[in-house]
Design a binder for this molecule. Structure first.
Ligand SMILES: NC(=O)c1ccc[n+]([C@@H]2O[C@H](COP(=O)([O-])OP(=O)(O)OC[C@H]3O[C@@H](n4cnc5c(N)ncnc54)[C@H](OP(=O)(O)O)[C@@H]3O)[C@@H](O)[C@H]2O)c1
Length: 318
């Protein structure tokens, strides 16, 4: 089969569409003929040599894909050839076929195309696990979403609104903020013009900036608040004022999805299928697709993601 290989660490041009060995499903794995794959910010780091895939994962990038099951290994539950699915991957989505543990596979939700479904596993699993499982967001509470225009942000805004919470979000341009209001955000803040900590308080914060926002995020938390850090776009090291934290009886969490064991991913995936897919099928939460790019032109898609102008997801299609 063909896949996008990272020929050496570097700029988008290092991505090449090449012949690679066909994957073969191991015990417990499902083989998917890929229809489309989603891009994620972490793919840019992997391309640059800063984020290796976990041991055992394919070396080529791609943390999510959609397609049709063409083969199942021994001991696979729930899936059979012909099923239309999408999956959370440890790697290897930028390819014609991918093998993945069945626990990480989801039926493609009704009401979206199989191409659109490629952009759902990462955002749905990340938002469900961090905002709802770890952050325990409740209906009466306020969620602050940093980077609302990101793939993750556009999904977090919609899902929290669908569950009845109030949502505040940050982004860096008026055009992005307008789109985030359309997606349901109650309040939007241009972080280039205003300090969010001067304007809002929140019960749960979904943060992608890390060090740069740590003290302001803690200032923004209400008593009993939960800060969940999933990205380090503003650095990894900062001073933590434990006094401020204990006065508010607040918590700081930091998590990553990719390196979790298969069983843990399976629990998250089941939570998504049970709790999130019905909202997607009902149209309450929609995929936000910025662009569909032919898979062989992955370099072009990486340039697009790098530019930061997108709102939502960029997809690679076969
Ligand atoms: N831990 C995990 O398991 C996990 C899983 C998935 C994703 N993530 C992380 O989640 C983040 C989003 O991922 P993605 O793939 O959805 O990324 P993406 O679509 O590339 O979006 C990145 C966003 O960051 C925003 N941004 C940059 N500087 C900002 C600032 N100072 N304040 C607020 N927003 C800012 C950019 O928009 P503006 O133009 O508005 O600046 C852009 O929308 C990444 O950091 C990624 O690593 C973590």
């Amino acid at each position: 089969m063909r896949a996008i290989e990272i020929t050496r660490p570097g700029p988008p041009e290092v991505l090449e569409w090449r012949e690679v060995p066909d994957p073969c499903p191991d015990r417990g794995e499902v083989l998917i003929e890929v229809t489309a794959a989603g891009l994620n910010r972490a793919d840019l780091l992997q391309r640059q040599g800063f984020y290796d895939p976990p041991p055992g994962a394919p070396s080529y990038p791609g943390m999510e894909a959609s397609g049709v099951v063409i083969e199942v290994g021994e001991d696979v539950e729930r899936f059979t050839p012909g099923d239309e699915v999408c999956a959370l991957l440890a790697g290897g989505g930028y390819a014609e076929r991918v093998a993945v543990p069945w626990q990480q596979v989801m039926p493609a939700p009704e009401g979206v195309t199989l191409v659109e479904a490629a952009g759902l596993p990462e955002v749905a699993c990340t938002v469900w696990s961090n905002v709802f499982m770890t952050g325990r967001l409740r209906r009466s509470e306020t969620l602050l979403v940093h980077g609302g225009a990101s793939g993750i942000g556009t999904f977090a805004i919609q899902l929290a609104k669908a569950f009845g919470s109030r949502v505040v979000t940050t982004a860096g341009s008026a055009a992005k903020l307008d789109r985030l209001k359309e997606l349901g955000a109650d309040e939007v803040i241009n972080y280039r013009e205003e300090d969010f900590a001067e304007r809002v308080t929140a019960d749960v914060i979904l943060d992608i900036m890390g060090a740069k926002y740590l003290s302001r995020n803690i200032r923004t938390l209400r008593t009993g608040g939960r800060l969940v850090i999933i990205g380090l776009q503003g650095g990894a090291k900062a001073e933590l004022d434990l006094g401020a934290l204990l006065a508010k009886r607040a918590a700081v969490h930091a998590t990553t999805l990719r390196s979790r064991p298969v069983d843990e991913k399976g629990v998250i995936v089941r939570g998504v299928v049970d709790n999130v897919w019905p909202l997607v099928s009902a149209g309450a939460v929609r995929p936000v697709v910025y662009a569909e790019v032919p898979m062989a032109q992955a370099a072009e898609a990486h340039r697009m993601l790098d530019s930061g102008e997108h709102i939502g997801k960029i997809l690679l299609v076969r």
